[in-house]
Structure formats: structure tokens, C-alpha cells
Design a protein around this ligand. Structure first.
Ligand code: FBP
Length: 303
């Protein structure tokens, strides 16, 4: 089944489906730009023609802005690349939060990167909670380009084929309560947080398998694809509230994870989807993945 057929059968509102189709188009364009080697070196100042090259984060942001502006249902967007919210269509009914290119520092080493989206009804984000999302999604740009989506029940992962169609390749994967895989982000925190050191040691002594790429999108994506796992990113001195952004990274992934039976908490044990947005760029710590592992980890951090 391709994405269009899936959306037609979903029973979701026409306007929301049209936004999903717009995001899918944006992802194809971003994927194309990533694979264009002229863009791959972007961010080095001027190109051979003397034009200032833009980093791919900015290119991705502009591509999404252009596509979303053409969709009358989109009121506004907030992006990790923009300081403030950008209004697109005053009559629109949805606002969309996104990280256009997460992990862009990994591009030149050719590791996987991604885009992340959260869609809300309304005209702004402040005062919203992740729980209010109507739809969230992410794209992975790896050896394959994939698009994982949820309307809140079940996760569906589509892979881009050679004729430009997204085809369903992971039909409602579930995330088991326990896991033998761990992805420990921000290991620097062990130098000042003995509880995190204890937790990572516990994972190692449990003979869990380490899978960590340095990009949150591929690292959490593998939890859906393998059906279990835990990804952690606690706070430490450099990032006292955690590094990852609530609106662009934590909330969309938490919405997907709960839809697949997993869990997402901050290091104090608060459910990510219950945290109110008070600032577009607010940060959070994050423990996400297999439910029992997430709960146990947070207990460790609190002890
Ligand atoms: P950006 O928001 O700056 O893109 O950073 C996000 C991210 O790249 C995540 O994908 C990843 O999990 C994390 O930073 C890794 O950060 P670090 O290597 O600094 O621990």
C-alpha cells in the first residue's frame, strides 16, 4: 500500500490529510537536496559561482516553508531554525512545529539524519501540550528515505521507492516493554551524575546491545523498527534542562512512541506529552522507548 492509499483509508479529516501530503512532498524535496552533492558541502561560505551557500538546515527549512505556504490549511509554523513563529495563511487551522534537519552536523560524515514534525490545531504553540498533537511524524534520510507517521493510534512507516512513492514497509510496529538494546545519549553527564553512570553500567552489566549513531532520529527510529530499545538524553551542566527541544524533537517522538505502546518521560519522571510549551525553544531531558526500561531508568536517576 502506498501513502496516498493509506491516507484515503484513514478516515482522518481532509484538511489534515492534505497537510500530511504536503509534508511528504517536502521530505522528498529535502531527500533530493541531501543527495545532491553540491548541497552536501553547503555551509562552507561561497560556492564556485560566488554565491553564498546555505547550510542544508536552512535549505530544508525554506523548502518546507514554501510547500506549507501553498497549503491553505496551514496557519503557521515554528521551526528549530527560526527564532519566532512564522505565519503563512491567516485563515489556516493548523500550526506545525518542525526540526527541518535534525543532526545536520552528521551530513558530511554520511551518517543518517532526519526531519521531525508535530501538527496542532490552532494558531500558536505556547500553552499547548504534546498531547494536543493531531499528527506527528519523522523522516529518516539514511541509505533509504523513510517517513514514519501517527495520528495517535499506531505508527506506520513508509519507504521511498525509486519511482518516488512512499510504500508501507512497517505496518503498526509495537514497542515491547523490555529491551536488550540501549542508546545512551549525552554520556558526558556521567562525569557529574553518578546515577546516570550507575544506569549505564547496569545496561552494560545486563549485556544489552549498544546502538548509538549520534542522531536522535535514526537512534529512536531503530526502536520502532526493532520493536524495543531505550534512548536517553539527560541534562548536565552544559544543558541544564537537557539539549533536545520539547516542541521540535521530544513531543513529536513522544506522541509516536506512545502510539506504538512505548513511553517517553523526562528525567524527573514527567510524561513528555503533559509538559506545557512556555517557550518555542524550550528544552527537555528525555528517556524514550520500551516502557519498563524508561520507568526503571527514571527511577535510577531520581534515586
Ligand atoms: P541539534 O538540535 O543541534 O540538531 O541537535 C540534536 C542532536 O543532533 C540529536 O539528534 C542528537 O541525539 C543529539 O543532538 C546529540 O548531541 P551530542 O552529540 O551533543 O550529545
Amino acid at each position: 500500500m502506498n501513502l496516498q492509499e493509506f491516507l484515503e483509508k484513514s478516515g482522518e479529516e481532509e484538511s489534515l490529510l492534505s497537510v500530511v501530503a504536503t509534508l511528504a512532498k517536502g521530505i522528498k524535496l529535502i531527500s533530493h537536496n541531501i543527495h545532491d552533492c553540491h548541497q552536501g558541502e553547503a555551509g562552507r561560505g561561497e560556492n564556485v559561482c560566488g554565491d553564498t551557500q546555505m547550510t542544508l538546515d536552512i535549505v530544508a527549512n525554506q523548502l518546507l516553508e514554501k510547500e506549507l505556504k501553498e497549503n491553505k490549511y496551514v496557519h503557521s509554523y515554528a521551526s528549530e531554525e527560526e527564532e519566532i513563529e512564522v505565519e503563512l495563511n491567516p485563515e489556516g487551522k493548523y500550526c506545525i512545529a518542525f526540526d527541518p534537519l535534525d543532526g545536520s552536523s552528521l551530513i558530511n560524515t554520511n551518517l543518517a539524519i532526519g526531519s521531525i514534525f508535530g501538527v496542532y490545531e490552532g494558531k500558536d504553540f505556547v500553552g499547548q501540550k504534546g498531547d494536543n498533537q493531531l499528527f506527528s511524524a519523522y523522516a529518516v534520510y539514511g541509505p533509504r528515505t523513510t517517513f514514519a507517521i501517527t495520528f495517535g493510534k499506531g505508527v506506520y512507516i513508509f519507504s521511498l521507492n525509486t519511482i518516488g512513492d512512499f510504500v508501507l514497509t512497517h505496518d503498526n510496529p509495537r514497542v515491547a516493554e523490555v529491551s536488550k538494546i540501549f542508546s545512551p545519549g549525552n554520556l558526558r553527564a556521567v562525569t557529574e551524575n553518578p546515577n546516570y553512570l550507575k544506569l549505564v553500567n547496569e545496561w552494560m552489566m545486563d549485556a544489552k546491545t549498544l546502538r548509538y549513531s549520534g542522531g536522535m532520529v535514526p537512534d529512536v527510529n531503530q526502536i520502532f523498527c526493532k520493536g524495543s530499545g531505550i534512548f536517553s538524553y539527560p541534562s548536565h551542566t552544559k544543558y541544564p534542562s537537557g539539549k533536545l527541544r520539547l516542541l521540535y524533537e521530544c513531543a513529536p517522538f513522544a506522541f509516536l512512541m506512545e502510539a506504538a505502546g512505548g513511553s517517553a518521560l523526562d528525567e524527573k519522571g514527567k510524561r513528555i506529552l503533559d509538559i506545557e510549551v512556555i517557550d518555542l525553544h524550550q528544552r527537555s531531558s528525555l528517556f524514550i522507548g520500551s516502557k519498563n526500561e524508561v520507568e526503571k531508568s527514571v527511577e535510577y536517576l531520581k534515586s
